[in-house]
Every structure is written in C-alpha cells, then in structure tokens.
Design a protein around this ligand. Structure first.
Ligand code: FEO
Length: 170
C-alpha cells in the first residue's frame, strides 16, 4: 500500500495529466478554428497520450491497494496569438510536468518506496521525449518563419502524427 503522502501526490499527478489532456485539446480546438488541420491532429494525439499517462497512474494507485480520488480540472486557456505561441506554451508546460515527475520521484526516494520509483522511471524517460517533441515543433515553426507558406508546410508534416485512438471527425 502507498503511504498517505505518496497516494496524495500520485492523485495530484493524475489531475496534472488530465489538465494536460484538457490543455492540448483546447490547443487542438484553437487550431481547428484557425484552419490548421495538421496542428489540430498533433494536439489531439497529444491530448490522448496525456489520458494514457493519467490512466497509467490510475492503474498503479489501484494496484498498490490505494484509492484514486479525482479533483476538479481547471479550465485551460482558449486563445493564443499564433501557432508559435501555442507550441511555446506546450513546451513550457512539458518542462513544468517534468518538474512534477521529478518531485514525485524525490518523494518516492525519500519514502524508500522502491516500487513507485520503478514505476516513475517510465515517466522520467517519457518526459525527455515529451519535451523534445514539443521543442522540435517550436524550432520547426521558427525555421519556417511564421509566414503562411512555411506554416502550411509544417502543418502538413504535423498531420502525419497518428492518433492513438481514432476519433470521429479526424
Ligand atoms: Fe504527461 Fe506530456 O506529460
């Protein structure tokens, strides 16, 4: 069983992952409204991945004989100034999530909770990828310039990202 402190911290992380899904879905909606189907697709896939992260935590808390408790998910922003601004925020957000995962790992180490440390290793590795993929898009948009032609090409490329779970209208 998890300690009370660890249980609370993992439940907070479920909330953070659900918020991430909500944030990326809001970004997808912004792109949808701005006629950028590739960026929309990328963000929908990202939102689905965040749900997978949340469910991994959900499963682990249960597996350890502890209790999942869900709290309110705060509302995400809905407007941005540009596609670049969206991806810059996504990159910043991933850096923030990395800091949350590191704090969770610090707590697991402090509590000598070996099983949680091993479980969290997946998230530590995943965050390297999460930061890299968001920062890669930021760099691409910067390189292509924010001209409509450059953005059109980047958008096309981002549309190649497969949705883990197909959804209607995609
Ligand atoms: Fe679940 Fe994008 O970190």
């Amino acid at each position: 069983m998890l300690s009370g402190k660890m249980e609370k911290a993992l439940n907070n992380q479920i909330n953070a992952e659900m918020y991430s899904a909500y944030l990326y879905l809001s970004m997808a909606a912004y792109f949808e409204a701005n006629d950028l189907p590739g960026c929309t697709q990328w963000m929908k896939a990202q939102a689905q991945e965040e749900m997978v992260h949340a469910m991994k935590l959900y499963g682990f808390v249960n597996e350890r004989g502890s209790r999942v408790t869900l709290g309110a998910i705060k509302a995400p922003p809905v407007e941005w100034d540009s596609a670049l601004a969206v991806f810059e925020q996504a990159y910043e957000h991933e850096q923030f999530v990395t800091s949350l995962i590191n704090q969770l790992m610090d707590l697991a180490i402090e509590e000598r909770d070996h099983a949680t440390q091993i479980f969290l290793q997946w998230f530590v590795t995943e965050q390297v990828e999460e930061e890299a993929s968001a920062s890669e898009v930021v760099n691409k948009i910067k390189l292509a310039g924010e001209t409509s032609g450059g953005l059109f090409i980047v958008d096309k490329e981002l549309g190649q990202r497969a949705l883990p779970v197909p959804v209607p209208g995609s």
